[in-house]
Write a protein that binds this ligand. Structure first.
Ligand SMILES: Cc1cc2nc3c(=O)[nH]c(=O)nc-3n(C[C@H](O)[C@H](O)[C@H](O)COP(=O)(O)OP(=O)(O)OC[C@H]3O[C@@H](n4cnc5c(N)ncnc54)[C@H](O)[C@@H]3O)c2cc1C
Length: 390
């Protein structure tokens, strides 16, 4: 087993770290505290900046503007973006991976030509809309329907918690098809544009953290979508969602890794500046051991994420459980590590506007989105039961 990064990966990591430190990190506090209108403007600017450096097209082939990077290389860059601003990372992942990468894997050439170059450049923003208030973990309980009418499909339903809902140009919407050569009830995915007849925005989600990554409802009220905007073939939606589940979980894990890193570094810095009882607080073993623990947990998160990305790149049968392990560990670690960072800051850490308070709020997202910790544990458990049954 080789733990070394290639020269290209090291160069990419350094370049991405420097770029995000200069261009993304300075706006992170503003994104957390400003109005939604201001956040939309900053975020659209951030995506264009990331696009101009090729960071939104890493898993997409060069024909459509991407850099054709493998998953391992993509997560190396992703950690740097998430560390500088978790909101920007989740917005970028929802657009470039959950929408863009999905299209690059399952779209036809016409769809790729039409949508991918602008997603990769950050000129346009994508989103994925699967969850509904009554169908989250149990996606198959969705109530949104799609009925075939001639060359069009009519979509009806409300999607909840859609990341990028307020700013996206295009949505990948999952619906139960009840006609059009599909077994009734099977899921189909549709590319729905914001300007589509019958499309509107619903309530915005007032979230605990990740304020810059705005989420909200989208409403399809007799929304008319052309047949050419079906992703894959009618009825293939469940398979595509099954495939994407791994990537949604992996990128949620990367977001958490970035938060853990940022929280650990911030707490470490503060512990060198803050004196108590005449000594810097990092001279007290309780604080030093806590910092050591933060480093151990963050390093394990990174290793599990790299392993999961490598398994995906190599189409390994163990990829699904590797992704679940990485997702559970790194998201739960981010919640723990950001909480410890607040503790090391003491009263200052509890004040609104401190970095660590933001990391603490942002971290909770990871245990819920991209498949909850409980659902991933169930998945690992069933894999273990299968693997070791005699
Ligand atoms: C900020 C944010 C952004 C999001 N962005 C998107 C997006 O862009 N697109 C999108 O489609 N969705 C998005 N989601 C939705 C997210 O995917 C769901 O919230 C998530 O899947 C959980 O579903 P739920 O909220 O309905 O919870 P539920 O499924 O109702 O779960 C509630 C609790 O029950 C547990 N539970 C459920 N079933 C089981 C079981 N079988 N065994 C054990 N425990 C179980 C869960 O683990 C959880 O603890 C977002 C959510 C948030 C909070």
């Amino acid at each position: 087993m080789n733990y070394e990064m290639t020269d290209d990966q090291i160069a990419l990591q350094n370049a991405c770290r420097e770029f995000c430190g200069n261009e993304i990190l300075p706006g992170a506090v503003m994104l957390d505290t400003c109005s939604r209108e201001e956040a939309s403007a900053i975020m659209k600017g951030n995506l264009k900046k990331l696009g101009s450096r090729g960071y939104l097209g890493m898993g997409i082939t060069r024909d459509f503007g991407g850099t054709d990077a493998d998953m391992l290389t993509t997560v190396i860059a992703g950690e740097e973006i998430a560390k500088s601003c978790a909101s920007t990372f989740i917005t970028a992942a929802s657009s470039a991976v959950y929408f863009g990468y999905a299209l690059s894997r399952f779209g036809n050439d016409e769809q790729k030509k039409r949508y991918l170059p602008e997603i990769v450049s950050g000129e346009k923003i994508g989103a994925i809309a699967v969850s509904e208030y009554d169908a989250g973990s149990d996606e198959h309980a969705m109530n949104t329907t799609a009925s075939r009418e001639g060359n069009s499909w009519i979509i009806n339903g409300v999607k909840s918690y859609v990341t990028n809902g307020p700013i996206a140009d295009y949505f990948l919407v999952a619906a139960r098809s009840d006609s059009g050569n599909v077994t009734p009830g099977e899921i189909t995915l549709f590319i729905v544009g914001r300007g589509c007849p019958g499309f509107s925005e619903g309530e915005l989600s007032d979230t605990m953290g990740l304020h810059g990554a705005q989420a909200g409802e989208i409403i399809c009220n007799h929304c008319i979508v052309e047949s050419i905007d079906v992703l894959g073939v009618p009825g293939q939606g469940a398979d595509i969602l099954g495939y994407l589940k791994n990537y949604r979980a992996l990128f949620t894990a990367v977001c958490s890794l970035g938060i853990s890193c940022a929280a650990m570094e911030s707490a470490n810095r503060y512990s060198k500046e803050r004196k108590s009882f005449g000594r810097y607080i990092n001279r007290y073993q309780e604080i030093a051991f806590r910092l050591a623990e933060m480093m151990i947990q963050t390093d394990i998160s990174r290793l599990l994420i790299y392993k999961a990305a490598w398994e995906l790149d190599n189409h390994s049968v163990e990829a699904v459980s590797a992704v679940s392990c990485a997702k559970i560990f790194s998201t739960e670690t981010a919640a723990l590590v950001s909480g410890w960072a607040v503790q090391i800051y003491g009263g200052k850490g509890y004040l609104k506007g401190s970095d660590v308070e933001r990391f603490y709020r942002d971290a909770k997202f990871g245990e819920i989105a991209g498949g909850t910790s409980e659902l991933h544990r169930l998945s690992i458990a069933s894999e273990i039961l299968d693997r070791y049954s005699n």
